[in-house]
Design a protein around this ligand. Structure first.
Ligand SMILES: CC(C)(COP(=O)(O)OP(=O)(O)OC[C@H]1O[C@@H](n2cnc3c(N)ncnc32)[C@H](O)[C@@H]1OP(=O)(O)O)[C@@H](O)C(=O)NCCC(=O)NCCS
Length: 194
């Protein structure tokens, strides 16, 4: 993979850019510290990062270049939907806006790829992440009981629809069409995400 360095977005003291294979070590350091026994393996993370259907960002400190956050989207062009795969920020760099700007760019990328809806799953005992997702327009659409093991914690399934910048956000239907064409209930992402 090439080494894109273009700054996509910024939070306080942090530049956000596309991830590349050289970032795997920095990402895994955070992944293991933050998610502990639920952490992905380095091989699984590498495979996801390099998958053409995925889009991964890293946040790096402007001062030192240290990787302090990452976030990933799965959204195949033409699939019409996407999943937020993961997001994490080093504890010492939280509440500076990095999580929000990375999420905003994943959402924008999903729109560019033509997604009309975006899903994620989050532990029900994670109010900070749930608050962030709600602030970005995600709504709760279901619960997967005991999804996170061995902690036996439920997964809250959240959905963003329409995706800003996506096809359905660009066309306006007739007033009242939402009543005659209501969104389907009980739609689920195909696999676990985030
Ligand atoms: C969720 C996470 C990525 C947010 O990253 P962050 O860089 O701290 O987030 P931001 O600074 O952009 O804050 C975004 C929003 O999160 C919420 N938030 C952030 N810090 C918070 C805190 N200490 N208490 C409550 N809410 C908080 C707020 O809604 C905030 O919006 P606001 O800035 O408009 O108030 C980060 O907390 C994290 O890495 N958590 C552990 C990993 C994790 O839970 N990942 C999600 C798995 S689904």
């Amino acid at each position: 993979m090439s080494e894109p360095r273009e700054v996509i977005a910024q939070a306080a003291g942090v530049n956000v850019r596309l991830a590349n294979a050289d970032d795997l070590g920095g990402i895994m350091t955070i992944e293991r510290a933050v998610f502990e026994h639920e952490a992905w393996s380095a091989e699984a993370m590498r495979r996801d990062m390099l998958d053409a259907n995925c889009y991964y960002l890293v946040g790096e400190l402007v001062a030192t270049g240290q990787i302090v956050g990452y976030a990933g989207l799965l959204c195949g062009a033409g699939s019409g939907e996407g999943d937020i795969q993961t997001i994490a920020v080093r504890p010492t760099v939280r509440s500076r806006g990095l999580g929000r700007v990375m999420m905003a760019d994943l959402i924008a990328e999903a729109g560019r790829r033509g997604a009309t809806r975006l899903f994620l799953e989050v532990r029900s005992d994670n109010p900070v992440a749930i608050g962030l997702y709600r602030a970005l327009g995600f709504v709760e659409v279901g619960v997967r009981e005991g999804y996170y093991q061995p902690d036996n914690v439920d997964a809250v399934v959240m959905k963003l629809e329409p995706v800003p910048g996506g096809p359905s956000s660009r066309k306006l239907g007739p007033i009242g069409s939402e009543l005659t064409n209501p969104p389907a209930i009980g739609e689920w992402p195909k696999d676990g995400a985030c």
